[in-house]
Structures are given as structure tokens and as C-alpha cells.
Design a protein around this ligand. Structure first.
Ligand SMILES: Cc1ncc(COP(=O)(O)O)c(C=O)c1O
Length: 380
């Protein structure tokens, strides 16, 4: 089956009881046992739920994975992932991961003994240099948040396999439509489902996909033990989203490519970060490992004052956290997604006060461009 067909059909057989084409929302906490020790495959919804199972099979298939686990949020999924490591383990992470991932690592797990190093994984050999005897996991985000840097998936996977280190790729920005890390040899794929996979800014969710049975077994145990699972209703909402993923992503990509090319020409804009631009330092890598460049663009307005002026004049594009919905959102990484990073680290990573991040939606591109054009006249 090809991607768009899988998105609509994988994990979604008609309901056995009624023939309903859409998987029903199984709003139930518990399931009747036929007799002691005999059930129909479901016992309690923290452990598993048929609507969640439908989504888990669906997204796993899209990521070329055999196993999928849906969580209450992207952060809950990352939390479960770090918990599979023994205290004293060392993790190498992309230096420009999402600010919440950094916060969870440094403020929650480090005090319990997990060690983290944040390196520029766009130079994948930096991973080799950061390696310690106790390195157990390499966690990359590509494209990364918000500077749109890429990491070479197959180079990292190849190295880590030799060294028996688990690899994780946060694939939230690209989605499996544009990039499937497991096909490059990465062990575990992670998502904030809140973003493109759901696509409508109306639920929060996370996901882990893998072909590694042992990892899946441990993650499922953590889900059952700690309970940060996705609700049946959210799983159902997300299934509506995944069905249209390919058509939405095609439009996100087309709109973002047009907006990025236009932004580059605008006076007052110091730099535009988008993997689809020929000037992006990793444009060739993007072409190699992604089938489209995505809907996320970051641009430098030069100062906080300019960023503020632009934001005040935006009318269509909404100032809001998050990304990946059908509507265009604009955010200020320094005070929003990356506020969890200490200032020195933030600046060192290029996240200056003048930076703005666009999640380009699927509206008519002329309307997005006109809105930006009007806002940018504020700094001319
Ligand atoms: C790349 C990335 N990973 C993980 C997360 C966390 O996901 P959630 O907000 O669903 O907990 C986010 C949230 O913005 C993100 O952008």
C-alpha cells in the first residue's frame, strides 16, 4: 500500500459489531471478562483501548514501524522514553531540540542521575566526540526547532548501530509523509501528535514508533505503570487528521516554499531559515532525506522591537504557541517555545530576540503573504 492509502486504511477495519466505517470512540474505562482469565483482548483503558489501538496501528504503519504507542502529549512520550534508561546513562541530544525537551532532560531527569550532552548534530561527527562509555541514547530532532537545522539520519544510525547505542528521532516537524527515520536505520521515532499528525490544533498527543520489540515492550510497561496514555476521544480526533496528512502536507510545503522565497526578498529581514531554500546550508541533505521541505520557516527581524512591531500588525496569522495546524501561526521562540533554555544557551544556539517562527498553514498563500506584507511595513 502507498502512503495516502495507508493513512486512510491502516489499522482501521470496519467495526466488527456494526460495520461502522470509522472506528467508534470506545469511551469506556473497563471491559467485561467472559470468565476468569478470559477477555476479548482489552481489560482496562489505561492498558489499551480499541480506538487508541486503531491510531497506534495507523501511525506505526505510516512510520514503517511494527509497534506504536500513543501518549497524552509529546512530552509524556519523551518522558517515557527517558525512563527506559537506567540512572547514570548518558544521552547525546541535538542542541536545538524543542525547549520542553531540554527542560525535561535538564530539570527533571538530570537530577535523578541521567546525563545529557547537547551537541550540534548537524555536524554528525560531533556525536562521536561527545560519546562516553555510558552513552546509551542519541536523541535528534530534524529539522530542529526553531533554527531548521538538519541531522544526517543515515550517518547517525550507521554509527550508533555499530556502537550499540539507541537512536531516537523527533519527527514532529517533517511528519512521516516527508521523512521516515526508521527507513534510514533510526530505532525510535517520536512525535508531538498535537502538530501535523492531528493537524487541526484541537488536541494534545504524543507518539512513539519503533521496530524494536524490546523497546516497545518497555515503553508499554511504562504506559501501563505510569498511565500517561492518549484518551479514546483524542485518538479518534487524531485519526481524522492522519487520513488527510498527505494532502495537507503538500499544501503546507507549497505555501511555505512560496513564503520563504518571498521573505528572503523583503527589506528588514536579516535571514530566513528554511530547508527548501538553496541557501540553507543543508539543502542537499534535505533533498536526500526528505521528500518535501515542510511548513516551518524561521526568520530574523533583527531585534525584539522589530519582532514586536511585526506581531502587533499581523491580522490573519495568529500569535500562538504550537504549529502544524491548518491555520498559519506565528511565534516568538525566545519567549515562547524556547523560554525553558537559559539565555546564554539560547543565544549561542542562534535563538535571538528578533527571531520569529512561522507555521505556514493551508490558507490561500496570497492571503498569508498579504498579511505578512502589511506586518512588515511596520519595520520599514
Ligand atoms: C518538536 C517537538 N517535540 C515535542 C514537543 C512536545 O509535544 P507536546 O506539546 O505535544 O507535549 C513539541 C511541542 O511543541 C515539539 O515542537
Amino acid at each position: 500500500m502507498k502512503f495516502s492509502t495507508k493513512a486512510i486504511h491502516a489499522g482501521q477495519e470496519p467495526d466488527i459489531a456494526t460495520g461502522a466505517v470509522m472506528p467508534p470512540v470506545y469511551l469506556t474505562s473497563t471491559f467485561v471478562h467472559d470468565e476468569l482469565g478470559k477477555d476479548k483482548g482489552y481489560t482496562y483503558s489505561r492498558v489499551s483501548n480499541p480506538t487508541r489501538t486503531a491510531l497506534e496501528k495507523n501511525i506505526a504503519a505510516l512510520e514503517s514501524a511494527s509497534e506504536g504507542m500513543a501518549f497524552a502529549s509529546g512530552m509524556a512520550a519523551i518522558d517515557a522514553l527517558f525512563r527506559i534508561l537506567e540512572p547514570g546513562s548518558h544521552v547525546i541530544m541535538s542542541k536545538d531540540v524543542y525547549g520542553g525537551t531540554y527542560r525535561l532532560a535538564v530539570r527533571v531527569f538530570a537530577p535523578f542521575g541521567t546525563e545529557f550532552d547537547f551537541v550540534d548534530t548537524s555536524d554528525w561527527e560531533a556525536i562521536k566526540r561527545a560519546r562516553r562509555p555510558n552513552t546509551k541514547m542519541i536523541f535528534i530532532e530534524t529539522p530542529a526547532n526553531p533554527m531548521m537545522t538538519l541531522t544526517d539520519l543515515s550517518a547517525v544510525a550507521h554509527y550508533a548501530k555499530k556502537e550499540k547505542i539507541l537512536t531516537v528521532a523527533d519527527n514532529t516537524f517533517a511528519t512521516p509523509y516527508l521523512q521516515r527515520p526508521i527507513e534510514f536505520g533510526i530505532d525510535i521515532v517520536l512525535h508531538s501528535v498535537t502538530k501535523y499528525l492531528n493537524g487541526h490544533s484541537d488536541m494534545i498527543g504524543g507518539f512513539i514508533a519503533t521496530n524494536n520489540g524490546e523497546v516497545a515492550h518497555r515503553i508499554r510497561f511504562i504506559q501501563k505503570a505510569a498511565g500517561a496514555v492518549m484518551s479514546p476521544f483524542d485518538a479518534w480526533m487524531c485519526l481524522r487528521g492522519t487520513k488527510t496528512l498527505s494532502v495537507r502536507m503538500d499544501r503546507h510545503c507549497a505555501n511555505a516554499e512560496a513564503i520563504a522565497a518571498w521573505l528572503v526578498e523583503q527589506p528588514g529581514i536579516r535571514a530566513v531559515f528554511y530547508p527548501g531554500l538553496k541557501t540553507h546550508p543543508q539543502h542537499q541533505l534535505a533533498k536526500k532525506q526528505m521528500s518535501g521541505f515542510g511548513g516551518m520557516i524561521t526568520f530574523d527581524t533583527g531585534s525584539l522591537a522589530s519582532a514586536k512591531k511585526i506581531l502587533r500588525r499581523m491580522q490573519l496569522c495568529a500569535l500562538a504557541e504550537s504549529l502544524g495546524g491548518v491555520e498559519t501561526l506565528i511565534a516568538h521562540p525566545a519567549t515562547m517555545s524556547h523560554v525553558g533554555l537559559p539565555k546564554a544557551e539560547r543565544i549561542a544556539n542562534g535563538i535571538t530576540d528578533g527571531l520569529l517562527r512561522l507555521s505556514v498553514g493551508i490558507e490561500d498563500v496570497e492571503d498569508i503573504r498579504n498579511d505578512l506584507h502589511f506586518a512588515l511595513t511596520g519595520i520599514r
